[in-house]
Ligand binder design. Structure first.
Ligand SMILES: Cc1cc2nc3c(=O)[nH]c(=O)nc-3n(C[C@H](O)[C@H](O)[C@H](O)COP(=O)(O)OP(=O)(O)OC[C@H]3O[C@@H](n4cnc5c(N)ncnc54)[C@H](O)[C@@H]3O)c2cc1C
Length: 313
């Protein structure tokens, strides 16, 4: 049966931003409700080794997110399994509706719905995700020291990922379906001058090949977009760098946003264009996109909400 809830702070999202906001809001005695969404734990639940979370030399992404959830519950966050399908920000208390018909009214709202990397949609890409296929060079580049990798894409993200990977990989092949990049000229220049990067123009990634047990990438099949001719070459890592989509569809028409659908926040804060609504993590951040930066913003959002509630009530 559908239920009605009221809270001082509603947190939408259960990634590092959401759980951290929950911990801080709960410790400020605000009795927050946190809605997990259809991906409890967020993006880190689809990866394996995380080696840049402070305090853990290595932790599995899903394990880290279970620990964050346990921490949030232990300090009193009411964690609810639901997915928000509608948000009304026209007046306070804000009103959010869940998938099962539950209504959540809240005096403040923390949006932490994250983002999703764009993928090509190849079955082999899905199969090898986390086992040689990645969408984050900052996260996974370190695992490919001295190896040959490919990057797919032609925009700023792809060029930045390729340049970053040259710190570790012995060779980076940039696969791009056109014969020129969309990236900023200065990035293009750096890419073309880098001896470790080999652009493969007018090609698309057709398949990722590898071993099944243990899962590992051994090469790729590529296809020439002009001639249709297919080719194969060896590599151990594939980085898909065709962009990210912030999960902002529920609020993008109600809040100030910028290109790509990222929610805009006041610099140095998590305040959105509507007082009492705060946004954190990959939903606002197209630059850093890390667990630790998202957690940091989650903390800021909770502290901003505490201040807002103290000043308004
Ligand atoms: C494969 C992979 C590997 C990565 N590896 C690393 C790494 O090694 N180190 C690192 O620092 N970062 C890594 N990242 C990046 C990191 O995962 C993200 O930066 C981080 O998870 C963003 O946190 P977030 O809280 O903003 O959102 P997310 O983790 O994206 O979580 C969003 C949450 O919002 C929920 N949600 C969305 N819509 C709704 C809705 N309508 N109603 C309710 N809930 C909703 C989802 O269910 C989810 O729980 C990796 C990312 C990927 C994809």
């Amino acid at each position: 049966m559908a239920e009605n809830f009221h809270t001082d702070v509603l947190i939408i999202g259960s990634g590092p931003a959401g759980y951290t906001a929950g911990v801080y809001a709960s410790r400020a005695m605000l009795k927050p409700l946190l809605i997990q969404g259809i991906q409890p734990g967020g993006q880190l639940t689809i990866t394996t080794d995380v080696e840049n979370w402070p305090g853990d030399t290595m932790v599995l992404g899903p394990d880290l997110m279970i620990r964050m959830e346990d921490h949030a519950r232990a300090v009193g966050v009411n964690v609810i399994q639901d997915h928000i399908t509608k948000v009304d920000l026209n007046s306070r208390p804000f009103r959010s509706i869940g998938d099962r018909g539950n209504t959540y009214s809240s005096n403040s709202l923390i949006l932490a719905t994250g983002a999703q990397a764009k993928w090509l949609g190849l079955p082999s890409e899905d199969y090898f995700k986390g086992h040689g296929v990645s969408a984050c060079a900052t996260c996974d580049g370190f695992f490919f020291r001295g190896q040959d990798v490919v990057v797919v894409g032609g925009g700023n993200t792809a060029v930045e990922e390729a340049l970053f990977l040259t710190k570790f990989a012995s060779k980076v092949t940039l696969i791009h379906r056109r014969d020129e990049l969309r990236a900023d000229k200065v990035l293009q220049k750096r890419l073309l001058e880098n001896g470790k990067i080999v652009p493969l123009w007018n090609h698309v990634l057709a398949e990722i090949e590898g071993e099944r047990s243990p899962k590992s990438v051994s090469g790729v099949k590529v296809k020439n977009t002009r001639t249709g001719v297919e080719d194969r070459f060896a590599c151990t890592g594939v980085f898909i760098a065709i962009g990210h989509t912030p999960s902002s569809e529920l609020f993008v028409d109600q809040l100030a946003s910028r290109e790509g659908g990222y929610i805009v926040t006041e610099p140095g804060t998590t305040k959105t264009s509507i007082p009492g609504v705060f946004a954190a993590g990959d939903l606002v951040d197209s630059t850093y996109r890390q667990a630790v930066t998202s957690a940091g913003m989650g903390c800021m959002a909770a502290l901003d909400a505490v201040k807002f509630l103290a000043e308004t009530e």
